[in-house]
Design a protein around this ligand. Sequence first.
Ligand SMILES: C[S@@+](CC[C@H](N)C(=O)[O-])C[C@H]1O[C@@H](n2cnc3c(N)ncnc32)[C@H](O)[C@@H]1O
Length: 281
Amino acid sequence: MANEQQTEFWSGSGGEYWVVNQQQMDTMLKPLGDAALAHIDLASVQHLLDIGCGTGSTTLDIAARLSDGARVTGADLSVPMTDYARSRVTETGVKNAEFITCDLQLDPFEPAIFDAAFSRFGVMFFDAPVAGFKNIRAALKPGAPLAFVCWQTPSENLWHSLAVATAKKFIEMPSAPEPRAPGPFAFAETEYVTSILEDAGFSDIVMTPHEQTVELFSGQDVRSAAENFARINPIISAFVTEAGEDKAEPLIAALAETLAPHHKDGALHFPSATWLVSAKA
Ligand SMILES: C[S@@+](CC[C@H](N)C(=O)[O-])C[C@H]1O[C@@H](n2cnc3c(N)ncnc32)[C@H](O)[C@@H]1O
């Protein structure tokens, strides 16, 4: 089955983590998503596709910024994340946002129904990325803008690499995945991303490097931030759950020590490096 591992993760522990920690993830990711969204002229959009919209924060934010009569569709693989996104629509009464649970690599939309597509870190998980982007392009009107943000390499993103380096002292971490394997860092290489978009038929492809300090676990002391930080990485999180509090304590304590220099004003602060990608269908 296509995207089997990703489906299992995002409809399982990964999706549940994002639902519970939606506000924390938004604090970290909002400025980066906004930087990519600035590449789309929202005033001229009638129907936007939010790719891998997760719990729907970007979709709802876009809905509020569109012109009268315009709307946004958030599409995502994850059952718990889209269920949660739909509950936010019911709660807020937003009229111009809807959520679809689907695999954007496989499930076709009606041809040319969107006039823009956006994603905040939702495009790096396809096991056949060219097929995924061909499917997205088929749903876009010719010439429609696509804009997304994706991570540069793990070593340029300390929020990831610090936890892994610390955990390695206590538990066996799997060797780093192949650089292009589906996952958060699959789109770190510009040539690879450009070739995927070209092969899928996109034009005017521009990748702009973007560096910005991000904030995590605001309002938490360094110890709580370390406990939560351990949960971001699925391997470390599984260890903490299975080992129990006592056995996981040395790892959490070491993590708190490693994180302390990055903790100020009640939050963790890390430099981040991303690509802002724009193209035309
Ligand atoms: C890192 S999360 C980002 C979520 C959201 N865009 C945000 O910024 O809060 C990646 C999202 O991509 C979704 N995703 C992964 N593969 C997908 C696919 N083949 N089709 C649709 N969504 C997918 C996941 O379910 C997950 O919600």
